[in-house]
Design a protein around this ligand. Sequence first.
Ligand code: ASP
Length: 331
Amino acid sequence: MSRLLLIGTGGTIAATASDAQRLTDYEVTQGIDAMLAAIPGATDIADIRCEQPLNVDSRALDTGQVLRLARRVRQAADQPDIDGIVITHGTDSLEETAFFLHLTQDTPKPIVLAGAMRPASAPSADGPLNLLNALRVADSPDSRHRGVLVAMNDRIVAGRWASKAHTTRVDAFGADGLGVLGEICDGAVRYYAGQPGPQTPLPAGPQAVFPLDAADTLPATDIIHDYQDAPLHAYQAAIQAGVQGLVVAGMGNGSLSPAAEHGCALAVKAGLVCVRASRVPRGSVTPKASDDATGLLAAHQLNPLQARILLRLALAQGMGRSEIAGLLRRL
Ligand code: ASP
């Protein structure tokens, strides 16, 4: 029997509403032990140990909490008596934690995130089955060497590519490219492609393993959304606030409005690292000949949220523009 660590952090999967038909207005009320105990047969899958470092709505997670979670996951992955880790998490910022873990963990052991779109009090709550499936994924030997995974709505999605693509439906998590790695079908964990080995790169793309030192914070970085006739003041405010990095969720292939161009020029002059990402949900942002002159970096295959996480971790290591450019190209 495999030995799994189940870490509860909160979210809709741990929430209940004041009446059963209320699907979108609820409070986090349930602990991870009770959630596990309520799923018939779940404890037969593996030897499961529960931990509850926090129990919050994921919209309210702060950097310190994510750093502590990442450190605990790394420590647990090093423990010989733990074969896999499952984390229950709110879906609102699940993709951010998944990408953060993708960049900070380096273990063949499965790390699986799961959440729910409907509270536990709903007539057709998706949480119990998502959690059961996540445990099955973490228990499966086929899940080793696949990096951080998200198990939602019968699908196994790479944490590298996971992104919330619907506000309310249970099928909320989509992924581009090689992001959907497999499925859980009537309890069976099935991957679409063979298992990578220790030397083969993850099908989900390379990881960049950043160290996790004792700090409880990371350099401040902002995302500014671009649009027609955007104003300059958000850029001025970011520079004045002392942020070290800026991601612009630009238009199309990372094109910038005149104010965004101007704002980025001011930011680069002030020493910030600036990344051109896109507000378009799918596709890469390709480098431009003018990037060297303007000092901007193309986000390549990272969306704005992911580019911001990469920037924070890279800036914390003292990396500069050219090293960050290399990471953006590689990821
Ligand atoms: N607001 C919730 C959260 O992110 C949404 C969810 O879990 O689905 O914690």
